[in-house]
Design a protein around this ligand. Sequence first.
Ligand SMILES: Cc1cc2nc3c(=O)[nH]c(=O)nc-3n(C[C@H](O)[C@H](O)[C@H](O)COP(=O)(O)O)c2cc1C
Length: 151
Amino acid sequence: MTKALVLYHSQEYGNTAAMAKAIADGLREAGCEVDSFNTNDGRFDVNQFPQYDCVAFGSPDYYSYIAGGLKTFMDDHYIADVRDGLDGLREKPYILFYSHGGGGRVKDAMERIFRRVGTLIGEPVGSRGKPDEQILQTCRALGEQLAKSIP
Ligand SMILES: Cc1cc2nc3c(=O)[nH]c(=O)nc-3n(C[C@H](O)[C@H](O)[C@H](O)COP(=O)(O)O)c2cc1C
């Protein structure tokens, strides 16, 4: 069974968490086994990352950049990859989602930083504030698209 990880940060209102849940629903509907992790709850162990076939990364816009918890993951990812030579950290299909308060420039930062991980699938989905039903539907569809990108 395809294993998917939804790795996100949500802290202020739960906006990004609501999107993460919809994406996880879409992945499950398409037959994936899904683990979800909010980096506001702790540090995700990068050694667990290689077991996943695909990933969804989500962040609120914090000062036009990704939230610190998710940045810490990417710092750990770089070190595990470049210094320690851990296998299975790269060449994964992934999707991006974000929430913001009206700026939304985090999208550009996400497109840049997560490139290390593999291949971006579909278009990043964003929400200004609380995601409405249409955005949640787009999240579910993006989750399904990610699942279907696995051969
Ligand atoms: C420390 C901090 C910095 C923020 N900086 C920005 C910003 O630069 N641009 C923006 O559009 N929203 C900004 N916001 C608003 C959040 O991105 C927005 O409220 C988001 O939906 C919160 O997601 P969450 O409820 O999942 O934590 C900021 C919020 C916080 C707490």
